[in-house]
Write a protein that binds this ligand. Sequence first.
Ligand SMILES: C[S@@+](CC[C@H](N)C(=O)[O-])C[C@H]1O[C@@H](n2cnc3c(N)ncnc32)[C@H](O)[C@@H]1O
Length: 363
Amino acid sequence: MELVISTSQGLEDFLIKELNDLGYSAKYLKPSKVLLNGTEKDIVKLNFYLRQAHRVGILLEKRTFENLNSLKLDLDLSWLPKGLTFGVRGRRFNKEGFTSMELAKKVADLIYPHLKEPKVDLDNPQLEFFAEVSGNQFILYLNTSGPSLHKRYKRPYQHVAPLKPSIAASLIYASSFHKTKELLDPMAGSGTILQEACYISRKVPPGLFREHYNYEYFFPHLSQLKDELYFGTVVEDINAYLEGGDISPKHLEGMKKNLKEQIIPCDCIDVYLKDAKKLNYPYVPELVITNPPYGLRMGSKNKIHKLYEEFAKALYKNDVREVITFTAEQTKMIRELKKYYEIKEIRRVLYGRLNTYLIKATL
Ligand SMILES: C[S@@+](CC[C@H](N)C(=O)[O-])C[C@H]1O[C@@H](n2cnc3c(N)ncnc32)[C@H](O)[C@@H]1O
């Protein structure tokens, strides 16, 4: 079967690389989606291991789209058990002359006759179908994951602007962390980047933090394989040096809580109340990955620009060799980093509705 895997728009090639590392060959399908051939067992494995994915779906239809009225589906859903709740989410990526709700409604009407004794549930359907139109392409897939896979470990402390763990993982994959085995996040907020780095280093799969996936409703026999992966996981000791900081005592305390109150705590990480403009840490690693403040909620533009200026200077003064930042104030960040570093990559990532930029710079 064909499996469609989603991530944040702009990070598809990182996801393809992660899939390659797991032994899969995947290709780009469209913004935020990659495609591969897989089996039922792969559904279990991909949901369990992927760090950058949001959903693993079974592709049911991929066809040319002309207009909503003429849309037809050539479906065989006889393999689905009877009596499950179902819902359709519609998404259209251009202005096609109809709303996402109208798309969902049309597709729900087309799917309904193929299901056995279905009950509609738009909030938490057991069968969650995604119907997407972008340009003249229509795809329909069945979500095997349930809620987005970026929702993994508990967050006892909710930061005002937390990063999705899936994006934090992408920032780490974009870096040379696998070589340096050391990392500082000096504007760590609630600690997402550090936490992901800890779990990558200790080979802790995201699946250890999730009890249930939607595929268990329609492939109940797969729960056994899921349990085998869960109980067969061997967590390694940390073999990296991770350090973090934040200027806010409130966020620092929250970060400590988030790192500690987990089924696998990240208590190996040193965290400090410190100003990223000074970077006066006991030890400054050669790799810095951070998601600095941006946007009005996080402070005035002037203040943020001053922070970026001083931060870039402090990085250079402390011999940091590689810097990865994730910000929507990219112009200012690039300008400041350029004073000392070679810019290796500027990548636009859609974060919610906001264009945000991964900027990689090296000495
Ligand atoms: C966008 S948030 C980071 C969110 C984080 N990635 C997470 O997932 O929770 C930016 C953080 O930078 C911190 N910050 C702002 N100015 C700072 C400075 N001068 N030094 C250190 N941290 C600072 C803020 O307190 C805030 O927690």
